[in-house]
Design a protein. Structure first.
Length: 134
């Protein structure tokens, strides 16, 4: 085989390798797990008595998630379901409404590094999905 033929075959192989690496196949979304939580354990009714400023009861969320319960649940899901090791403190924001389709983030320490976990509410009854830490 001539040098020119060898070079052509080599270039074709390199082009094939590049095209294979540039696949149009979409990267799958990170897995999520649906967690069903009893509304009495994770959500409560807000009361307008503790409000300040010009807020009215009409703008206050009706039912909100209990951040302490959610933090414990998120830690358990990351450890047991996602098999994440070295899960440290989890911090979820307070006063997150139990509203279907809403999302918010919790922060979690994994191996000493801060990560974000997305929470997606999947129903008015207190169900939500916990995303993988990123």
């Amino acid at each position: 085989m001539s040098r020119r033929a060898v070079a052509t075959v080599g270039l074709c192989c390199a082009a094939f390798a590049v095209l294979t690496a540039c696949s149009d196949t979409p990267v799958p979304a990170p897995p999520t797990k649906t967690v069903t939580v009893s509304p009495s354990a994770s959500a409560s009714s807000s009361t307008p008595g503790g409000m300040s400023g010009g807020s009215s009861s009409a703008s206050a969320p009706g039912r909100v998630f209990d951040p302490r319960t959610m933090q414990a649940d998120v830690k358990k899901i990351l450890t047991e379901t996602y098999q994440v090791s070295e899960v440290g403190d989890v911090l979820c924001p307070a006063n997150q409404a139990v509203k279907d389709g809403s999302t918010f983030s919790c922060t979690v320490q994994v191996g000493g590094q801060g990560k974000t976990v997305t929470i997606t509410v999947t129903g008015e009854d207190g169900r939500y999905e916990v995303g993988a830490p990123s």
